[in-house]
Design a protein around this ligand. Structure first.
Ligand SMILES: Nc1ncnc2c1ncn2[C@@H]1O[C@H](COP(=O)(O)OP(=O)(O)OP(=O)(O)O)[C@@H](O)[C@H]1O
Ligand SMILES: [Mg+2]
Length: 243
């Protein structure tokens, strides 16, 4: 929910590790961020025009907007839209609180499937729509003073918006941890004290290969299959409160 902390990178790389052992069509990602970049982690090009924001027809469905990728992760991109189109899409989201949920249901994803939704930073109609249908909420934060100061605001967005998930299913994941960085360690400890089991015991390290994988438009698991951060993504995927 906070800006620039790695929400999109975490979404993409978690989806890719979840897809490693998954059946075809079981893992999908939905981008609700007008920055329209999630699909780039999966080699779908820079300016992908089509996407969910292009559709403002109440009768429409997303079946033609679900792009398969070589990484076993289906992508529902935001789309490259004009200012006018973005406003029209946001008007739909404002008018119909279940706009996103309805279209997800119509897609008919497999019963055991997992759809990861990426949202823009801050409170927004996009966050509201995602929270209305998500079974699990993953808050990504850095172990720095700025995230520490912002987490209470993120918590209040969660409690003020209608969330489908219970508090037990909202977890905090720390990203970009640097071994030996005392501020990181101290803030991680303080957060663990406040959030207890809601803070996952696995933090994602800061690693240039995570940025490089994105630059090469691949998930980390394909760009650098031996990177130790992958094990962390797998551990996080394993302990998400999905049931
Ligand atoms: N663990 C990491 N190690 C190194 N670089 C990282 C890591 N996680 C993310 N990054 C880099 O940090 C930058 C921001 O990441 P990303 O776009 O995923 O953040 P975001 O939270 O989605 O941003 P926004 O709020 O704009 O949506 C990118 O350049 C990304 O490659
Ligand atoms: Mg992002």
């Amino acid at each position: 929910m906070k800006g620039g902390v790695g929400k999109t990178s975490v979404t993409a790389n978690l989806a890719a590790v979840l897809a490693e052992d998954a059946e075809a069509n079981d893992i999908a990602v939905l981008n609700l961020d007008p920055q329209n970049s999630l699909h780039m982690h999966f080699g779908l090009g820079i300016a992908l025009e089509e996407g969910v924001a292009c559709q403002t027809d109440a009768e429409g469905d997303w079946s033609e907007l679900a792009f398969p990728t070589p990484y076993n992760v289906i992508n529902l991109p935001y789309g490259e839209v004009s200012e006018r189109q973005r406003k029209a899409f946001e008007a739909c989201l404002g008018t119909y609180p279940d706009w996103i949920e309805t279209r997800i249901r119509q897609l008919g994803l497999p019963e055991d499937g997992i759809l990861l939704i990426d949202t823009p930073p801050g409170p927004s109609l996009y966050l509201r729509q995602a929270l209305a249908c998500a079974d699990v909420v993953v808050m990504v934060a850095l172990a720095d003073a700025s995230s520490y100061a912002t987490i209470p605001a993120m918590e209040s967005w969660l409690s003020n918006m209608e969330t489908h998930a219970t508090l037990d299913n909202c977890v905090l994941v720390l990203n970009q941890l640097e071994p030996g960085n005392k501020l990181n360690t101290d803030i991680a400890k303080a957060l663990a004290n406040s959030y207890g089991e809601r803070m996952l015991p696995y933090g994602i390290p800061r690693d240039d290969e995570i940025s490089l994988a994105f630059a090469f438009q691949q998930p980390l698991s394909h760009y650098s299959p031996d990177n130790p951060a992958l094990e962390v993504f797998r551990q996080i995927a394993d302990c998400l409160p999905l049931d």
